[in-house]
Design a protein around this ligand. Structure first.
Ligand code: SME
Length: 262
């Protein structure tokens, strides 16, 4: 949690405690309603948090916007979903909403930076604490899949002598693509061209090896060892256009570290 978010939560709790010191049944009932209305129902919790966020933005309540950004983040809302929700708030509320939109994105950015740092800390300990290379790589996959909502398949491919990628540790459904030649598919292109490939919609990529019809997008980051591609980190998502700079920064850092242990 960022310092700002911690302070916000603390102040909110302290003020609620004061309210509860005086509150009788009407205030208490309203507070109850305010909690229960956001619980999972026909609409999932995530959607309800976004509805709360949009209404708060239109009403220009910065505290309410911040609260719903925090709860959205805690409930696995993605950056793309936040951007689309805030866009609706802007269109409905008009340009008078813009100062509040600025603050909203600033808070979201801080939440995402903190999330990235926390994930990197967990990965650093996995690299330092696990004994075997296999175990380190598998744990990295698990940390990424558990902590990033839009990661549905996370795996490593390692380069063998014949300019070929061989599937290493992974988390997610098993894949038929256990060996991939350089140049083939998104993985093969990333290895051949020695650069990160971000494919936001795999249906538009002609050189693509499908693992499952559920996969909508993919990011592949090469891992360099002594200046040469030694492997790559491959991530599939069941969402279209989920990847941002945030993913590239997170995954490049991890691949830098992995390059030193493979
Ligand atoms: N889709 C990849 C193949 C590997 S799977 O995603 C696990 C590609 O086009 O290279």
């Amino acid at each position: 949690m960022t310092k700002k978010v911690e302070d916000f939560k603390r102040e909110r709790n302290e003020l609620n405690d004061v309210v509860m010191k005086y509150a009788k049944k009407h205030i208490k009932r309203f507070y109850n309603l305010d909690t229960n209305v956001y619980l999972d129902g026909a609409l999932p919790r995530k959607t309800k948090e976004l509805l709360g966020l949009v209404s708060s933005l239109v009403l220009r309540c910065d505290d309410c916007v911040e609260y719903h950004l925090i709860t959205s983040d805690e409930n696995g809302v993605t950056t793309k979903e936040i951007e689309e929700a805030l866009a609706i708030g802007l269109v409905v509320g008009g340009s008078i909403v813009i100062p509040h939109l600025r603050r909203a994105f600033k808070i979201w950015d801080e939440l995402q930076e903190t999330k990235k740092e926390k994930i990197l800390d967990k990965i650093k300990s996995a690299i330092n604490n696990a004994d075997e290379k296999e175990e380190k790589l598998k744990t990295i996959c698990e940390i990424l899949k558990t902590n990033v909502e839009h990661y549905d398949w996370v795996g490593f491919y390692l380069v063998d002598k014949k300019e070929e990628l061989v599937l290493g540790p992974f988390v997610g459904e098993s894949t038929e693509h256990v060996k991939i030649k350089f140049g083939e598919g998104i993985c093969g292109q990333a290895a051949e061209l020695e650069r990160t490939f971000v494919v936001q919609d795999v249906s538009k990529e002609t050189n693509y090896l499908s693992c499952s019809p559920k996969v909508k997008s993919e990011i592949v980051v090469p891992i360099f060892k002594n200046g040469k591609v030694a492997g790559e980190l491959d991530i599939d998502s069941h969402k279209t256009e989920p990847f941002t700079k945030w993913d590239e920064e997170l995954l490049s850092k991890i691949c830098d570290w992995v390059g030193k242990i493979i």
